[in-house]
Structure formats: C-alpha cells, structure tokens
Design a protein around this ligand. Structure first.
Ligand code: MG
Length: 299
C-alpha cells in the first residue's frame, strides 16, 4: 500500500518513500487543534467532545494536559511561546501564561458573546487572528447549545490595546487559517453550514503592512471533504485537511499530492525535530508522518 498519491511529480520530492503514516494515539471522539511544543518535545491537541486537551510525547506517550478544557478547539503559540486556545464552551480565546494562569484574549464583540472560536494564528507583530463560526453552539456535542448573536467573522485582537477588529465579515463559516511565510498573504478556509451544499474552499487575501486584507478570491476548492485546518511549509505550500487525508496545494492553488489517512482529517501542524514531521488529527486518532519538508516558523 502507498501512503501517498502523487499528482505533481514535484510532490514526490516532498515525501519519503518509506516513511509511514503512523498512528500515535487513538480512542478519542473528535480530535482537533494540534500544536507542537519543541521545547517540551510534545504535541498538544483537543479531544473536543470529551472536553479535554491531550498531550503526546515520543518519550511518555499520551496523557491528559487539561480537563475540563471548556471544549477547546484550535491552538497556537504566541511570540513568547505561550499557548493560545479557542474555547467553544466559554465562547472565548485564551492565553495560558507561563505560570499556568489563564488570561482571556477575547470573549465578545460589540457587546455580544462570540459564537465559538474555532482556529487561531499569531502574526509576527503579536496580533492574534481567530475564526468564529457557529459550530460549537449548534448542539451540546462540542460545547453548549446557544443562540448565535454575531455573524461568523474573522477577528484580529491586538493584545497590548485589547482592540478587536472584524477583518473578514463576508465569510460563510470561516475555519482554518494561516499566513504565508512572508505574511503577505492570508489563507482562510471556509467550511460552510453542516449538511448543506455550501462550497468547501480556501480563500486567499493580500495582507497590507497594517494588516488590512484585500482580494479574497477562492484559491482552491477542497474535494473530497473540507479544509478544516491548514498549515504552510517554508516554501509556501498549503497542507490542508480533507476527507481522504491531507492535501498539499501549491502557492498557485494546484493540488500537488495527498497523504492518505484512514480517518476523516480535521487539522494538521508541523513539529518534531526540525519541524519536518506533520502531525495529523483525524476523528478518533492522531497520526504523524515524517516529510522532506519543513513547517513555516509560525506554529
Ligand atoms: Mg477547525
């Protein structure tokens, strides 16, 4: 069996013919939000329906990092290495300080509660960008059922001033997001309403020096499945979740190849030695594969 499907021959240079897609841990209900801590040699990820953040290390295996997690979903790290978390349960974005205390980054806009923050990135100027679709308040499975009071926006928080800005308000259900390595482009996945015919695509925005976004044309349509989570490598290729695995998409938007995964993939992140390992959260399990690629420096 092959772990890959090569569409563009260049993709063959990105993978290692004998590196397996390896299951690291299983038995969860819906894993999401992987983030690598090279300094602690471990991966954190969410097991959303079970209301917990798990930790995996090659040395010690799997343990519980935080429970309850307020139904946390996406994670990243800020410029000081602190954990940034999206929480469905308390409908907020938080920062875990180095001493373990929790600081609220954002929980409302215009006097109304956020929907259910889903995924998050930090730009090199320290601003925190997160998506706020309604998935976590639709049912009691991944949070608490509640009334939606705000559109599904993309927000930017400036931690120093606590300013919160709507950066994109015309999305359907914005989800995964990532900047290009030089931060001149932002890629934003939109996964639409559940059980609808809404398009599943990634949009590309130009990013001005002050962070303002323009453009936003559809960059790539994911098929099969949806682009729930995305990360970029140092050459600007996009690695996106899909129903049949992880799709590698060129900076021009062409599908180059796939890593085949036996479960529905939700998200990915680079980590391991030299950031050349791709960690994959997929339904009940976490997988990893070593690549001939390096993740872009932003987690
Ligand atoms: Mg997501």
């Amino acid at each position: 069996m092959s772990f890959y499907e090569v569409i563009d021959p260049k993709f063959g240079e990105y993978v290692l013919f004998n590196a397996p897609v390896k299951q690291l841990a299983t038995g969860f209900d819906w894993v999401e939000g992987p983030v690598w801590f090279g300094d602690a040699n471990c991966l954190l990820f969410s097991d959303i329906p079970n209301n917990r953040i798990m930790r995996w290390s090659p040395d010690t295996g799997v343990s519980t990092y935080r429970a309850p997690s307020n139904y946390s979903n996406g994670h990243t790290r800020d410029l000081q290495g602190r954990l940034i978390s999206c929480e469905h349960g308390l409908r907020r974005v938080t920062r875990t300080e180095h001493d373990g205390t929790i600081t609220v980054i954002a929980d409302q806009y215009d006097g109304k509660p956020l929907n259910s923050p889903n995924d998050v990135v930090v730009k090199s100027d320290g601003t925190i960008w997160f998506t706020d679709p309604h998935y976590g308040i639709m049912t009691n499975y991944e949070g608490y059922k509640a009334k939606q009071e705000l559109p599904c926006n993309l927000y930017r928080v400036t931690p120093d001033t606590q300013d919160i800005d709507v950066m994109i308000g015309d999305g359907n259900c914005p989800n995964g997001l990532a900047f290009s390595p030089d931060e001149t482009a932002l890629f934003l996945a939109d996964t639409g309403r559940m059980f609808s015919d809404d398009p599943q695509h990634i949009r590309r925005f130009d990013v001005a020096a002050d962070g303002a976004l323009s453009g936003g044309d559809v960059f790539h349509e994911i098929n099969p499945g949806a682009s729930d989570g995305i990360r970029l490598d140092t050459d600007g290729n996009i690695w996106s979740s899909a129903a049949d695995g992880v799709h590698c998409i060129s900076p021009k938007g062409a599908l180059m190849g796939k890593i085949l995964v036996p479960e529905l993939v939700s998200n990915v992140c680079f980590g391991g030695r030299g950031k050349q390992q791709l960690f994959i959260t997929a339904t009940t399990s976490v997988y990893a594969i070593k690549l001939n690629r390096q993740g872009a420096q932003r987690p």
